[in-house]
Write a protein that binds this ligand. Structure first.
Ligand code: SAM
Length: 187
């Protein structure tokens, strides 16, 4: 019984530390909370992928993938495609890799890194998905403008990417998420 109590105490302390560290890390370093895209967003995203994909095997990159919830859900719908998540938070990235290992998802991979430092071009994306924040979206649009090719379909949940060319807006009455803005880099 004493061992069980000790184990429980250790577990609670680790969990408390994890939550505290996570909160501080997300608020002060990335400035973007780990709120996942909603199920409604996923449904709209699926339609957008079907509309814009021109080949069966494509690469979908989620910049700031959080817990990977969205990637796991979309990967199920498109088993022939490759899904890559980039996440700055080491604890969340660790959780993603654990989930990938437990659910044996071979078409998903996670990169622990900063989206401003990762070489996005090397990932050879056909789709780039973002659900970040207002300021960070403006900053990343600058990088995307100089780093990526013209045919990549960039989808931003809620926030504008002012350096790219807006080609479509999918508004689906979602209070937390959306609208989904679709961009290309035509400059
Ligand atoms: C709102 S969540 C979105 C999660 C996922 N894309 C989705 O739609 O379900 C944003 C995530 O971006 C991550 N993030 C913020 N800044 C980042 C950066 N510079 N590099 C990589 N990830 C970042 C945060 O840690 C957070 O987990």
């Amino acid at each position: 019984m004493i061992y069980f109590k000790m184990a429980w105490l250790v577990f609670c302390n680790i969990l408390a530390f994890y939550i505290l560290f996570n909160t501080i890390y997300i608020c002060f370093l990335s400035g973007v909370p780990a709120i996942p895209s909603s199920k409604k967003t996923l449904n709209e995203l699926e339609k957008i992928i079907k509309k814009y994909k021109n080949k069966d095997k494509f690469v979908f990159v989620d910049l700031g993938c959080g817990t990977g919830k969205l990637l796991f859900m979309v990967a199920k719908k498109f088993p022939n495609a490759k899904f890559i998540g980039v996440e700055i938070n080491p604890f969340i990235a660790m959780y993603c890799n654990l989930k990938k290992f437990l659910f044996v998802r071979k078409n998903i991979c996670f990169i622990r890194g900063n989206i401003f430092k990762v070489n996005i071009k090397n990932l050879k994306p056909d789709f780039i998905y973002l659900y970040l924040g207002e300021k960070i979206s403006i900053d990343i649009s600058e990088k995307l403008k100089s780093d990526i090719g013209r045919n990549i379909c960039i989808i931003s949940n809620k926030f504008e990417l002012n350096q790219l060319d807006l080609i479509d807006v999918v508004d689906y009455n979602n209070l937390i998420n959306g609208p989904l803005r679709i961009y290309k880099n035509r400059r």
